[in-house]
Design a binder for this molecule. Sequence first.
Ligand code: NAD
Length: 356
Amino acid sequence: MIRVGVNGYGTIGKRVADAVAAQPDMELVGVTKTKPNYEAESAIRRGYDLYAAIADRAEEFDDAGVPIAGTLSDLLESVDVAVDCTPSGIGARNRSVYAAHDTPAIFQGGEDADVADASFNARTSFEAARGADTLRVVSCNTTGLARLLAPLEAAYGVEKARVTLVRRGGDPSETGRGPINDVVPDPTTVPSHHGPDVNTVLPGVDVDTAALKAPVTAMHTHSVNVTLRETPTTETVRELLDAEPRIFTIPEAAGIDGAGKLKEYAMDCGRPRGDLWENCVWEESINVSGRDLYLFENVHQEADVVPENVDAIRALTTDLSATESVERTNEALGVGLESLLASDEGDARDPITADD
Ligand code: NAD
């Protein structure tokens, strides 16, 4: 069993903890919190051992009636790998702590690429992670783009990808984030940093990105244009993407018109926390015109990096192949959403007149 500790039990950390606990070859040794709040209490309810992230605050947990099993140091002494899910910038500060305990560590996409020996995406860079002591699982947007561009590059070659990222303003629990009444270029400079970040896990693919923030919390939306080196049909691209286990192609018949219904569908299907681990691509948006491919996809920012973290753990600690790890992760979690509704077999719909 691979013994895993999760440092930082917030949006990503709680999901990684659940995903680790669900793996047949992993043991979740414990999770850390900085203070005994509702998340600390719910970790205990889920049966997870809780550790104080900051040793000086250990007493606060006792005082609040929230039992702890020890401090971060104790956790790091008991695990084969630590998954750092602390806020952006804190991970870099924790690097020396993991090194002092000689504990291999996985960081998240809020950190700069140089926080770790290599950046990680299971679809594109599993083998590059071999021999590393530390990995960085790239961000939710970068993960989504890598999963999409990798099969297109392999099948047809990508001459140039241009993607507009409409990013959620904050996660549902982030009451202080915004905007609340605007759509804001963020960053205002174009291209954004997301394209170069894709190249940390998918080198050599020419991708330019521009990003905005919108007053929504459910998901990011990507408007994608890829100029391919070949001229596949719309149908073959649909089949290509449909065959990717971490891409869900949404059939037109599903009547899912946005993130609201996507999340509702995930909850109706029994997904924990309504999580969508897959990229969600609207099937009827997939359209090839000459060598230009167009599509819309949504990425659930709270969830898509979660199976990637599980695979990163195996890349750091085992000899398992990427295929074996991804299959194991997908089976244990139930990744690979497929609609029972029939797909649209024909070409993309006729263009309609714009009304705004
Ligand atoms: P979060 O704020 O929801 O959770 C972070 C948790 O870490 C909180 O519980 C916080 O109390 C705790 N924490 C703070 N300081 C700590 C410390 N010193 N030691 C231990 N724990 C500490 O943040 P998040 O959204 O889960 O983001 C975590 C990382 O994942 C960031 O790098 C972020 O960029 C990345 N990420 C976030 C998302 C997303 O949309 N939320 C998506 C992909 C990647």
